[in-house]
Write a protein that binds this ligand. Structure first.
Ligand SMILES: Nc1nc(=O)c2c([nH]1)NC[C@@H]1CN(c3ccc(C(=O)N[C@@H](CCC(=O)O)C(=O)O)cc3)CN21
Ligand SMILES: CC(C)C(=O)C(=O)O
Length: 349
């Protein structure tokens, strides 16, 4: 036991979980080589635990969020929380933050891949990112954006691509932007058993047609078109709708007129839930910050500071520390022998 887990003095964070599992795994004494191969071996980490644990244990214990959980939160008028994720660590973050829904949004094109818009993303890109998120996010309900061009050609092609996101990308639901014009497509996907989230108001995939990321529904007539889109998507079977960048009154009234939950982003305080892009609310993406976004931490700045400090310490010899960040030979005797061996070698010019 002591050889397998060299218990550090401070057992915190993930290492605490690993070492607390170890005794249970250890009592399995393998009677044959076959079962030996099946016995899970505790992993040995010689690294120290991180100083500040990031795992509140209660979060690990929380139940899987399903589509019924979402419906139940909506019935109880409990605000529904959604945050975006695009890879393994941000998927973990969605779970540890106790988010109900984790959205693999196509905003990842801008915040994770550095594109100027979401237009260039492919189904393959979304599968790649969604899979990484699914490895980190196992509790929140995972919704994956269908990239532009993957659902507009025909309902058949949309269904094929939705199934790819489910089968290859482990999506639990897909999200599509649009209204009346995509209702048949939504119906087709829903009938095949894949939950669909709609997205109305500002549709970032229509950016060039709209002339930019602009507030939608500022006049009563334009707000009514958004309402009609909402009703068409509800009718087609969407389990929920994102409403983006509309006046609060529009977000509120549409929410009141629907019997499915609305998730707002820049749609005021009276939608059934809220969503933000992770890198915006963490203060990491700073190419632009939409007015609707609240920045909850300045991690971009802090991360840059940390990398800068590391470089400074390497340059001035402070890192690595000869004790805490370095390894020793097996014994002083081995060390002496190694020095003696090294003397037999000369440096090539
Ligand atoms: N980082 C990031 N955050 C997002 O929320 C986001 C993306 N990327 N990419 C895809 C879409 C684009 N979105 C955006 C982007 C910018 C604004 C924005 O700056 N809007 C103006 C409104 C201007 C007006 O019409 O008056 C604002 O001032 O908030 C809004 C939504 C939302 N999505
Ligand atoms: C802005 C949110 C709702 C989204 O669709 C995305 O992240 O792509």
């Amino acid at each position: 036991m002591s050889q397998l887990i060299r218990a550090p003095l401070r057992r915190t964070g993930w290492l605490a979980c690993v070492s607390s599992l170890a005794p249970r795994l250890q009592v399995v004494v393998a009677p044959s080589s076959r079962s030996l191969a099946l016995t899970p071996k505790p992993r040995h980490y010689s690294s120290r635990p991180i100083e500040t644990p990031t795992v509140p244990t209660a979060s690990e214990a929380r139940k899987k969020v399903t589509i019924q959980t979402i419906a139940s939160l909506y019935r109880k008028k409990t605000p529904i929380t959604m945050v975006t994720a695009f890879d393994y660590p941000t998927g973990i973050l969605a779970d540890r933050g106790h988010c109900d829904i984790c959205l693999v949004g196509d905003s990842l094109a801008m915040v994770a891949l550095g594109y100027d818009s979401t237009a260039m993303l492919t189904v393959h890109d979304m599968i790649h990112h969604s899979n990484a998120v699914a490895r980190g996010c196992t509790k929140a309900f995972r919704v994956v954006d269908m990239p532009t061009g993957s659902y507009q050609i025909s309902p058949e092609e949309a269904l094929t691509n939705a199934f790819r996101l489910v089968k290859e990308g482990r999506a639990e639901a897909v999200k599509v932007e649009g209204g009346v014009e995509i209702a048949d497509t939504v119906r087709r996907i829903v009938q095949a058993g894949i939950p669909v989230m709609g997205h109305i108001g500002l549709k970032p995939q229509h950016e060039t047609a709209l002339g930019g990321f602009k507030i939608q529904g500022k006049t009563a007539k334009k707000a009514e078109i958004i309402l009609q889109d909402a009703l068409a998507l509800q009718e087609a079977g969407c389990f929920s709708l994102v409403i983006e960048c509309v006046p609060s009154q529009v977000g509120e009234t549409i929410t009141q007129l629907l019997h499915i939950p609305t998730i707002g982003i820049g749609a005021g305080a009276h939608t059934s839930g809220q969503v933000l892009v992770n890198m915006d609310m963490l203060g990491i993406f700073d190419r632009f910050v939409p007015k609707f976004c609240k920045v909850y931490g300045h991690f971009g700045r802090d991360m840059a500071k940390a990398v800068e400090q590391y470089c400074t310490e390497v340059r001035n010899g402070q890192f690595p520390d000869p004790e805490s960040h370095s390894y020793a030979m097996a014994s002083p005797k081995e060390q002496e022998e190694w020095a003696a061996i090294a003397k037999n070698y000369t440096r090539n010019a």
